[in-house]
Design a protein around this ligand. Structure first.
Ligand SMILES: CC(C)(COP(=O)(O)OP(=O)(O)OC[C@H]1O[C@@H](n2cnc3c(N)ncnc32)[C@H](O)[C@@H]1OP(=O)(O)O)[C@@H](O)C(=O)NCCC(=O)NCCS
Length: 192
């Protein structure tokens, strides 16, 4: 079993597993159409749907087997303002997929970047990943900018490759390798 030492602390944030006590905060972003706009299979949730979602992700506190998802609440002074996740895609290839969401009230301050940096740092330095990739809708500019800020390279644009709400969508693929991560210019953000 692979699990960070909780909590992970950064300059402005704490990352730790989600609990049912976070329901109000999680619902505050899951209910918003602007948050789920570019997400495949995601629609604005009712409070009951958010409750089911929180119960599911509350168990995602460790990577036990290939296919598992590690989901961490992004906690700031205002409470839980978002979440970051790593999906263990391949044990053999030491590959994971990055995901993230931030309540729009807290966007534009680099907090998603800070949280994702800490999770990637754990993934590469402690979990021993070789490659982390991320995917987003071709028009999800904020997501693409975030991956570029993290030092991920755009590897592909799969044109009209999937249907999102009845319309063909491009999918962008970004990735970063362990040696690229270790060689990046930015200093690590973890403080413990
Ligand atoms: C993707 C998402 C997390 C990005 O949020 P964000 O607020 O743009 O990202 P950050 O918190 O890292 O903030 C970065 C922005 O703050 C600015 N910023 C201010 N201070 C900063 C700092 N100290 N460090 C870094 N950036 C800073 C950056 O310039 C950047 O702005 P820009 O993109 O206009 O250039 C957010 O848009 C979101 O949750 N979207 C909905 C869910 C979603 O689509 N998830 C991805 C599915 S693929």
């Amino acid at each position: 079993m692979f699990q960070p030492a909780y909590p992970i602390r950064t300059a402005r944030l704490t990352l730790r597993p989600v609990t049912l006590a976070d329901l109000d905060d999680v619902y505050a972003w899951q209910r918003r159409p602007d948050v789920v706009r570019w997400m495949l299979g995601a629609e604005p949730r009712t409070r009951e749907q958010s409750r089911a979602s929180v119960l599911a992700i509350a168990g995602e506190d460790a990577l036990r087997a290939e296919g598992d998802c590690l989901t961490l609440a992004v906690v700031a002074d205002a409470g839980v303002i978002g979440a970051v996740e790593l999906v263990w895609r391949s044990r053999r290839d030491r590959t994971a997929e990055l995901g993230y969401v931030l309540h729009p009230d807290h966007g534009g301050r680099g907090l998603a970047t800070e949280a994702a940096t800490a999770l990637l740092d754990w993934g590469f330095t402690e979990f021993g990943l070789h490659r982390v990739f991320g995917r987003c809708h071709g028009r999800n500019d904020a997501s693409a900018r975030l991956m570029r800020r993290l030092g991920m390279r755009q590897e592909a644009r799969h044109v009209d490759s999937y249907l999102l709400r009845g319309e063909w969508a491009d999918q962008l693929v970004f990735a970063v390798l362990d040696h690229e991560w270790r060689g990046r210019a930015d200093a690590p953000v973890r403080t413990t």
